[in-house]
Design a protein around this ligand. Structure first.
Ligand SMILES: C[S@@+](CC[C@H](N)C(=O)[O-])C[C@H]1O[C@@H](n2cnc3c(N)ncnc32)[C@H](O)[C@@H]1O
Length: 301
């Protein structure tokens, strides 16, 4: 059953709540003062008070209007964008979500896919506590019993050949070591059933367009949190080489805020980058959050 409590909210829920808050305020005539200058992301220390107020406001709304966290998810940009990507999944199909991370794409598949297995390597300090959050968020959304998390690497999938009708990877390629990309796509091909589908969604980072996002991406790459993104053509070539057919790419240019923009600044490791980080965040404040376009690669086995 879906949770109608806003207590003990996890980072993953807070991210979607902060996105949905202005919309929910407008829709339900809620007293609240969303900070229009705030960019989405993990709550920095200075926003803790804001976070507490928001969570209190959601608690009241859940009680007075019988709403729950799934209403918040569907009103968040992250939820809306993942549901757009989930439309590339044929209804009722069995899905493997490769690099599920916080689980937003897995959650968006519910009601569309027949079943979803969520796979992630969850290694390193930056993924500490993510499985716990994945479970807690899923339970808050009322999906607890239907979650199937598997900790493994995409380059050695612990499944029999042809196990899934869809293998999807959403905003995860950026976290995969480029040396592993070929093996990831070969493995995706192996576990996709005959006639099944590959779906890959990732950002198009372009220097000339929304440069602040490209700069923030470069900072994350230099911190070792993400990798340089392959171009869509390169992924198409790899998918074809792995044996997929009817490989194609579509571009979604929605302006939806599909990923947190700000990230906690670790002064001890990022000192040399502070000026660049602050300038890029200031530019995002100035132009408003307009996220880069997303490409969706689809292919058939
Ligand atoms: C940005 S998150 C994914 C976002 C998520 N799919 C969503 O819809 O919000 C990327 C994830 O890819 C995972 N990852 C990176 N390399 C991997 C690998 N070789 N195998 C499995 N997961 C991997 C990371 O641990 C991380 O959690």
């Amino acid at each position: 059953m879906e949770s109608t409590s806003a207590e003990g909210v996890s980072d993953s829920l807070y991210i979607i709540a902060s996105q949905a808050f202005p919309k929910v305020c407008a829709e339900f005539g809620l007293q609240g003062s969303p900070d229009p200058a705030e960019v989405s992301g993990r709550a920095p220390e200075r926003s803790k008070e804001l976070e507490r107020r928001r969570v209190g406001a959601f608690s009241a709304l859940f009680q007075s209007h019988g709403l729950g966290w799934s209403d918040v998810f569907s009103r968040s940009d992250i939820g809306a964008e993942r549901r757009m990507v989930a439309e590339f999944v044929p209804k009722g199909s069995s899905v493997l979500d490769v690099g599920c991370g916080r689980g937003y794409f897995t959650f968006a598949c519910f009601g569309r896919a027949g079943s979803t297995v969520s796979l992630d390597i969850m290694d390193g300090e930056s993924r500490k506590g993510w499985w716990r959050q994945f479970g807690a968020t899923g339970r808050a959304l009322g999906l607890g019993g239907a979650l199937h998390p598997v900790r493994a690497s995409a380059v050695g999938l612990p499944f029999r050949s042809g196990s899934f009708e869809v293998v999807a990877s959403v905003h995860a390629i950026r976290n995969v070591d480029p040396a592993d990309l070929r093996a990831l796509i070969d493995e995706a091909f192996r576990v996709t059933a005959e006639g099944g589908r590959l779906v890959i969604a990732e950002s198009i980072i372009d220097e000339r367009d929304r440069g602040a996002y490209a700069e923030l991406f470069r900072i994350r790459v230099s911190m070792g949190w993400e990798h340089a993104l392959p171009r869509p053509e390169e992924l198409c070539r790899r998918a074809g080489a792995a044996g997929f057919r009817e490989v194609g790419v579509q571009v979604l240019n929605t302006d939806l805020r599909y990923a947190p923009v700000s990230f906690p600044f670790d002064a001890s490791r990022m000192e040399g980058l502070r000026g660049r980080y602050e300038a890029a965040i200031a530019e995002v404040h100035a132009i408003g959050e307009r996220h880069p376009p997303v490409f969706i690669l689809t292919a058939k086995r």
